[in-house]
Design a protein. Structure first.
Length: 365
């Protein structure tokens, strides 16, 4: 299968970033040397990551990763990238849970040193299920694993959510609530409406996304349940697993962390796998049909927490809707850089528009 070129994620020069990072680090660890600078192939579009090593005789900090706020010149995916917020979440999760969250070292809020705020954290060694090409396609370590090995990875991954939701004290996460009134779920959804309005400002709106928002109101849970800390981007592509096994060694990407019902995270986990699985079957491959199945994920989570997931039709639709808004922004971003043309029907820019439409109609599951 051929794919379109990966969308542009930055206009920055990694070598120049490395030189500026060395100068910044010298003020904190005089005589320290930065080496082994590299940019991961999976560098995201909401922020940038730089991998490097620190050589210094008097520091235990060695293998590091730097998370840098998105380059405004690269037509950012989100209107705001709050590095201090993400840094605070990671620090709190490390203190209040047993999840393997990378230790955060330095937070720099001044944009002058590297052109944007950033923080430095420890770098975990291991392997990550790929997004490009997705792990549901042949030719990667997870697809090549046995059913039993994937079952181990699935169990360990669902356990991450269960432990996060059960162990983290919700009061410590109240700063994550969006402004406004209403329940945590209502605030979460309204924040997504605001994001969608920002995405389509001055551009063609998506009739499908707007129908999905309307369908959410029809499916709104009668009992939303208590709010817990949500990881936000809860998917296996944001986990580093042991290089020689299937156990998590690092949980990454906390930029979408929120205080919301448990099912918001669960719906995202279930749907983001379905997104890749649907893409794979659409191109004539079987994918991984027995992996991360909705019923099994829900049952395992219930066994681990005692909480039976509810209103999952709402929450998987919400996940697909949220993903569609991001996809629409990315597509308009590609159009901005001349990588794609905008079709007459903007819904065609949403890669999973067929599955989202089926969810809106109630026929997907």
């Amino acid at each position: 299968m051929t794919t379109a070129p990966r969308p542009r994620t930055t206009t920055r020069d990694p070598e120049e970033l490395g030189r500026r990072l060395t100068a910044w680090l010298d003020r904190r660890l005089p005589g320290a040397r930065v080496s082994g600078i590299s940019v991961p192939s999976s560098n995201g579009m909401s922020s940038e990551t730089l991998l490097f090593d620190i050589e210094h005789p008097r520091t235990p900090v060695r293998a590091c990763a730097l998370r840098l706020a998105a380059d405004p010149a690269a037509y950012t995916v989100f209107p705001r990238y709050d590095l201090p917020r993400q840094h605070r979440v990671m620090d709190l999760v490390a203190r209040h849970t047993d999840l393997p969250v990378p230790r955060v070292h330095w937070l720099e809020t001044d944009p002058a040193p590297l052109g944007a705020p950033f923080f430095v954290m420890e770098r975990a060694e291991g392997r990550v299920p790929p997004d490009v090409m997705p792990y549901t396609y042949e030719g990667n370590w997870l697809h090549a694993a046995t059913d039993a090995e994937r079952a181990r990875l699935e169990a360990a991954s669902v356990s991450l959510l269960a432990r996060l939701h059960d162990q983290f004290p919700p009061a410590e996460g109240e700063f994550l609530l969006p402004p406004g009134g209403g329940s945590p779920l209502r605030r979460h959804v309204e924040a997504q409406r605001d994001y969608y309005a920002w995405v389509v400002k001055g551009l063609a709106p998506s009739p499908l996304i707007e129908r999905a928002f309307a369908r959410l109101e029809e499916l709104w849970p009668a009992d939303e349940g208590p709010a817990v800390l949500n990881w936000g981007d809860a998917r296996i592509g944001n986990v580093v697993y042991r290089a020689d096994g299937f156990e998590p060694v690092a949980v990454l990407d906390w930029e979408m962390a929120a205080l919301a019902p448990r099912e918001v995270d669960l719906g995202w986990t279930v749907y983001l796998h379905r997104f890749f699985q649907d893409l794979t079957t659409g191109f004539g491959q079987p994918g991984l049909p027995d992996f991360l199945r909705r019923a099994e994920v829900e049952a395992r989570y219930a066994d681990l927490t005692g909480h039976t997931p509810r209103d999952m039709e709402f929450h998987t639709l919400y996940a697909a809707l949220r993903h569609a808004v991001v996809m629409l922004r990315i597509a308009y971003r590609q159009a901005h850089f001349g990588e794609v043309e905008v079709p007459a029907d903007p819904d065609g820019l949403i890669l999973h528009h067929a599955s989202l439409a089926a969810m809106v109609q109630g026929t997907y599951w």
